[in-house]
Ligand binder design. Sequence first.
Ligand code: A2P
Length: 283
Amino acid sequence: QTPKGSCLEAVKIAIDAGYRHIDGAFVYFNEHEVGQAIREKIAEGKIKREDIFYCGKLWNTCHPPELVRPTLEKTLKILQLDYVDLYIIELPMAFKPGDALYPKDENGKFIYHETDLCATWEALEACKDAGLAKSIGVSNFNRRQLEMIMNKPGLKYKPVSNQVECHPYFTQPKLLEFCRQHDIVIVGYSPLGTSRDESWVNVSSPPLLKDPVLNAIGKKYNKTAAQIALRFNVQRGVVVIPKSFNPQRIRENFQIFDFSLTEKEMKEIEALNKNVRYVELLM
Ligand code: A2P
């Protein structure tokens, strides 16, 4: 949720800086600005549609299979694009369908909804077959939930990716190994340790970018702690989706392909793991 126009500007700056993967969602309430930025850059001749990799997400209130395609079609209409490159189930649990995106009862408790994730997955498979999504995947799934999809009788497409929190303080060693074995790409969200917004961030872990090891390694390469955190994940095969609305930091976060970390430095950063999430998703 971003101030009006800021997302449009940020995406255009990012595309100019060289970014091609854009991570979005209906619940970010800015897909219209993302779509506009992409279309403006195409019109300018800066990029072609096929250069962009847009990821959209199926929200918790839209898990019943019959809602999946209309929900993706709504996202495409907002984006004014013909397809998304990746469509993922945002969370492995469902809320009551309806207009309220965060439905709550009179006691302020979330109203959940019984759905079958495998049936939701089959509806995503149909979206891929219809050409509305080039690839399909999941987010915030643990190993058991991934296995449930992969062991589904009649599986047509397995998830290509699983988007989860991943950074030097939460390195996901076991899930990463499992996903490697099964050829599922881990996309790491909050790769910079996210913001310090106490309304949704667990601030009991210290701020990632203040970490002395990341800063010391950064000094050696004339890079910032942010660039070291991003390079660490990229170098171990984890896709990163850093977020910034600041032009200078947007560009900074892309300058990570002109150096590499040594094996010893990779091990040192891996050892920073605290197994504590910033984004607890208590719902
Ligand atoms: P800003 O938009 O002012 O740059 P994450 O990607 O882990 O969710 O982190 C996003 C947060 O990190 C935002 O608050 C963003 O603020 C900040 N941020 C993004 N890039 C950098 C950077 N290179 N150095 C410091 N902070 C950054």
